[in-house]
Write a protein that binds this ligand. Structure first.
Ligand SMILES: NC(=O)c1ccc[n+]([C@@H]2O[C@H](COP(=O)([O-])OP(=O)(O)OC[C@H]3O[C@@H](n4cnc5c(N)ncnc54)[C@H](OP(=O)(O)O)[C@@H]3O)[C@@H](O)[C@H]2O)c1
Length: 353
């Protein structure tokens, strides 16, 4: 029996995770948490709405933490799992992006595993099969390009939150759906891949694959390229992370290859600057990725609330990155300070926008 602590149980990933746990007798929920939504329908012995997630984890002592919280709020739970050597099924990419080096150090101390839930990283994890970075030529992250793929900047001037929330291939929570529309999601995933797999940024590429069938691929040094294919359905990577190293059954139909079109395109970095900004922030390191994430969270919330135009998201993040001193992050307190400072700047910037 594997005891799962599900954080973010009321969200898009959380609800699908409950479906997976209910379908597998060898999995049981030992704890469930949300930010503010009630957990009435969730069957777990320990439940917590709001509050300190690490206290819940201390009480639950899970075998695996599925961190499906959205945003930097998931940071303490990610670091708790890593420090305690407890397997971490990681959907909450923001925490790894922000914490980068200190998360890698915590993981090395704790000795547990990180099992990616992000579909691209789950794909890479499966293609890599724990091969060493020197055997890898390049990681190739794929993305659909979101609802605005192919548009010009002029065509993005007046897009509304509802238009941005209409993702062509994936059904997800609001924050990641906006991140997909700006390509910030691919930017966060680029940094996430760097820290998960220890591959330098110049060996991680991003290509668009509009139907979201190829979830990512690895080019190896011997010339082989291994790709992971499947219908876009998060139950597959959730199930893989929770039942690893087994590969349990899911209700998905087998992939029908004759009905597929697989086209690849380069992302438009000028129209969608969030991807290039993430690459720059990742390469600079220190507090830059944390600030990128924090400013993006503030800007996305403002866009969803109708207080910022779509193109303003990248402007706020670019301005916030200009203000970062880039000092190394030595511990969680410094990280929380860096997050707070970037949020405060982004808020100020919004007030004058
Ligand atoms: N959705 C996807 O298909 C997908 C795919 C890949 C990666 N991810 C990643 O998975 C994470 C979750 O995404 P999502 O789409 O599932 O988001 P979502 O639908 O917005 O759900 C977010 C969850 O986080 C909870 N939460 C927020 N703040 C919290 C706090 N302080 N303490 C405890 N719980 C808190 C929310 O609780 P309330 O309901 O109470 O607010 C909710 O249960 C994100 O990092 C995202 O990037 C998602």
């Amino acid at each position: 029996m594997k005891r799962v602590a599900l954080l973010g149980a009321t969200g898009s990933i959380g609800r699908q995770a409950i479906e997976i746990v209910e379908a597998h007798p060898e999995l049981e929920l030992c704890a469930a948490a949300s930010g503010s939504a009630p957990l009435d329908g969730v069957d777990a012995p320990l439940k917590q709405v709001g509050g300190d997630l690490t206290e819940l984890l201390d009480r639950a002592q899970p075998d695996v933490v599925l961190n499906a919280v959205v945003g930097f709020a998931g940071i303490h739970a990610t670091l708790w799992a890593m420090e305690h050597g407890v397997d971490l099924a990681l959907a909450n990419k923001e925490s790894l992006v922000a914490a980068g080096e200190i998360a890698t150090a915590a993981q090395a101390r704790g000795g547990g595993r990180t099992l990616p839930v992000d579909s691209e990283h789950s794909a890479l994890f499966q293609c890599l099969e724990e091969r060493r970075p020197e055997q890898v030529h390049t990681l190739v992250l794929t993305g659909s390009g979101g609802p605005f793929r192919g548009r010009t900047r002029d065509e993005l001037l007046n897009v509304t939150p509802d238009e941005a929330l209409a993702h062509p291939t994936w059904s997800m929570g609001p924050k990641i759906t906006i991140d997909s529309a700006t390509l910030a999601n691919k930017g966060l995933e680029l940094i996430e891949a760097h820290f998960l797999f220890g591959i330098p940024y110049d060996r991680i590429e991003v290509v668009l694959q509009p139907t979201s069938i190829v979830h990512s691929l690895v080019r190896f040094r011997d010339g082989a390229a291994l790709a992971h294919l499947g219908y876009p359905d998060m139950r597959v990577p959730i199930s893989y992370a929770l039942t690893y190293p087994d590969r349990a059954e899911t209700p998905l139909r087998p992939l029908d290859l004759t009905a597929l079109t697989l086209e690849f395109q380069a992302p438009d970095l000028e129209t969608f600057p969030m991807l290039a900004l993430a690459r720059e922030a990742g390469e600079k390191g220190g507090t830059y990725p944390c600030a990128y994430n924090a400013a993006n969270e503030v800007a996305v919330a403002a866009f969803l609330a109708g207080r910022l135009p779509f193109l303003g998201i990248a402007e706020v993040v670019a301005d916030a990155l200009e203000r970062v001193d880039g000092s190394p992050v030595r511990d969680l307190d410094e990280l929380v300070d860096a997050d707070r400072a970037a949020r405060a700047f982004a808020d100020e910037r919004l007030a004058v926008a």
